[in-house]
Write a protein of this length. Sequence first.
Length: 161
Amino acid sequence: MTEDKTEFDSKLLPVLREGVEVVKMLLFIKLKEHVRQKNPAWPQDVQGKIIGAVLNDLFGIVNPEQKFQEFAQENAMQIEEIIADLHSFLGELLIPYTDALRIAVLCDYQEGMGDTSEVLAKAQERGLLLADRDLPMPHRFIELVRKLGSSFGLVVSPVPE
């Protein structure tokens, strides 16, 4: 029975992780539009780094490269301002963000990366986590990601036979 579970996990977890990455790409698209509109004077490389730092913060990721950590520290105020403004332009993506964040924490746990649930608490404190939403079943999460990815032109949904 353990081999079946391991085989299941080894096939399911990468698919779920890929779904989380698609949600990150969708958030990136929305953030890019927002940052360019609000701060057109910022050079493109700064915009890109700010967006990356925002995404890393939203998903509890610490970039191992010192230069990116320093950039995030130096621009912490701008990053927090963008995060505080997320409700104004991310409305339709709060459900996928909530689901992706929960799935990412679940995958971390399943892959032995420990308890990373502090990222959920941080998102809830910011009012970004839809706390009353149930954890999605894996197939529902993948369906949601496919629909959203298709609507943004990032994913081609499979055609039924």
